[in-house]
Design a protein around this ligand. Structure first.
Ligand SMILES: [Zn+2]
Ligand SMILES: [Zn+2]
Length: 180
């Protein structure tokens, strides 16, 4: 199953959000941090621009991160349905700026954290429907702990970022050279 562009964006956004909580630090502390995240993953609609909003997004992050710990499809269903209900998701089609018709999953006036949760739920719902939970992976770079969504056709993605990929390849090269 090929995933629609909407779904891919929603899943990438979700993985990026989860990766803002790193073992070595919190990347979502301030309103400016949230601005930076939204610059990379635009979500239309209103913003409060407050510390409370940042806190609510962090709480939503904890909720959606559980998707990467799910082992059975039915457990992901429970998480997705809970998110749909909790965020009061209301899907509708929209066409704006340079974008053709695409799905929005929550009214722009709803709290940002809820809109993020609803988008995450919609993306994860497609993984359930495709019975393709294996797409949810953990980064294989040593000591990273980040998550990724492998949407590549040949399911070849192993790292959360090019930084992790490069670091791993350099380490492998060094150890090969050291042992030769
Ligand atoms: Zn849009
Ligand atoms: Zn990584």
């Amino acid at each position: 199953m090929d995933f629609t562009h909407d779904t891919q964006e929603m899943l990438q956004m979700t993985a990026s959000l989860v990766n803002t909580a790193q073992d070595d630090g919190e990347e979502l502390r301030t309103v400016a941090d949230l601005d930076a995240f939204l610059a990379a993953h635009p979500i239309s609609g209103s913003r409060a621009g407050t510390a409370d909003e940042v806190g609510a997004v962090r709480a939503m992050r904890t909720t959606v991160a559980a998707a990467w710990d799910v082992e059975h499809r039915d457990d992901l269903v429970a998480l997705v349905n809970d998110l749909f209900a909790r965020t009061d998701a209301r899907p509708y089609l929209s066409r704006h700026d340079e974008w053709d018709w695409h799905l929005h999953v929550a009214d722009g006036g709803q709290p940002l954290a809820d809109r993020i949760g609803a988008e995450a739920a919609m993306g994860l719902a497609d993984l359930v429907r495709a019975d393709d939970l294996d797409r949810l992976r953990r980064c294989e770079a040593q000591g990273c702990g980040g998550v990724l969504v492998d949407l590549s056709r040949n399911r070849s993605r192993r790292f959360c970022s090019t930084t992790c990929a490069n670091r791993t390849h350099v380490a492998a090269f060094r150890s090969r050279r050291a042992s030769s």
